[in-house]
Design a protein around this ligand. Structure first.
Ligand SMILES: NC(=O)c1ccc[n+]([C@@H]2O[C@H](COP(=O)([O-])OP(=O)(O)OC[C@H]3O[C@@H](n4cnc5c(N)ncnc54)[C@H](OP(=O)(O)O)[C@@H]3O)[C@@H](O)[C@H]2O)c1
Length: 323
């Protein structure tokens, strides 16, 4: 049994592979043998210290696998069940782990464990962004940044299935076609073009009613420019760095903007909320509305490279670690 541990925060090199032994699972836990582990940008925030953790710690939010043992209080799961999860406590980067049964869901037989391991965080995030945080109406135009990335591919396909018009941004020309393939109606290369100007052009100067912004520091000001009067700014990530302090009188007040900074732990506080999101995700996958193509498979030994690729903007789609 092996697990990635960090004892210091820093660059990708702080990720260390260790041999582990596991106790029997606690009364409310199950012991899982991971089949596949999802790679997420948030893992880099945990590793770098942007989101502080108590050290030493495991790392990784999501995985899928098979239950090998159940704790004495666990009644709704059995040995051999195919399960997946996307929640703290961290430690998904491992071959095996003991994990709380309240955060896991059973995976339907028609859904592949490798694919679902890449989808729990990205898909459940998409679910809450579109069905809870700001719920766009059919035909509404929305803007999503980093549309060719992991969450981007889930979000854009899901948004299309709801009848929305999706404008996506990407950082290179080669990502334009990828974003289109996964559901964007219009794609702007924001490394070359002023995306706010282009969004206003595309919307006849009206702007969009909502921006879903996981890029953060470098896109905030222009995202606000893209919004309609009383539009909603959903700032759900910081791939380019955390936001500078917001000057309310300058960025929110002129158009009466609603600003929200959501995270998964506010939307998935109990098993019912997790199951609701997972059921919607499974339905979107089984119906073909959301297609998952694994972009790359890393070995547990290669997580340093995986983090370099994430931060180097080289990942175009869901990537997994095979333990
Ligand atoms: N709040 C939540 O609940 C929640 C949950 C899951 C994910 N997230 C956030 O959603 C975002 C996407 O996550 P993901 O795992 O799917 O990652 P990802 O989109 O695959 O990777 C991040 C992308 O951000 C773009 N980017 C722009 N500026 C960047 C910079 N300076 N450095 C690195 N990347 C930059 C890059 O795309 P381009 O080259 O196209 O610009 C890059 O590929 C992240 O911010 C993540 O934290 C939030």
């Amino acid at each position: 049994m092996k697990s990635i541990k960090i004892t210091n925060t820093g660059g990708p090199e702080v990720l260390k592979l260790e041999d582990i032994t596991l106790e029997k699972p606690g009364a409310d836990e199950v012991q899982i043998e991971h089949v596949s582990i999802g790679l997420n940008y948030i893992d880099t925030y945990h590793r770098s210290g942007l989101y502080p953790l108590q050290l030493p710690t495991g790392i990784g939010m999501e995985a899928a696998g098979i239950i090998k043992e159940v704790g004495s209080n666990v009644l709704n799961f059995s040995v051999g069940d195919k399960i997946a999860y996307a929640a703290a406590p961290l430690g998904a980067y491992s071959t095996h782990r003991n994990y709380t049964s309240k955060n896991i869901v059973k995976v339907p037989d028609d859904i592949d464990l490798e694919k679902i391991s890449s989808a729990m965080t990205k898909g459940m995030t998409t679910f809450y962004l579109l069905h809870k945080t700001y719920v766009p109406k059919k035909d509404e135009t929305v803007l999503f940044h980093a549309a060719a990335g992991g969450v981007g591919q889930f979000f854009c396909q899901w948004a299309k299935s709801l009848g929305l018009k999706v404008i996506g941004t990407v950082g290179s020309d080669e990502k334009v076609e990828i974003a289109k393939k996964y559901g964007c109606d219009e794609v702007i290369n924001y490394s070359k073009e002023d995306f706010a100007k282009k969004v206003l052009e595309l919307t006849n100067d009206k702007g969009v009613s909502v921006v879903y912004d996981g890029v953060g520091k470098t896109t905030y000001d222009r995202s606000i420019q893209c919004l309609k009067l009383r539009g909603t700014m959903v700032s759900f990530g910081n791939a380019s760095g955390p936001l500078d302090p917001i000057i309310v009188s300058q960025s929110l007040q002129p158009k009466g903007i609603y600003f929200v900074r959501p995270a998964m732990n506010q939307y998935f506080t109990n098993s019912e909320e997790i199951q609701e999101a997972a059921d919607m995700l499974f339905k979107q996958i089984s119906s073909g509305n959301v297609k998952i193509e694994i972009f790359k498979k890393y070995r547990l030994e290669d997580v340093v490279q995986a983090h370099k690729d994430l931060e180097g903007r080289k990942i175009t789609g869901p990537a997994v670690i095979i333990p």
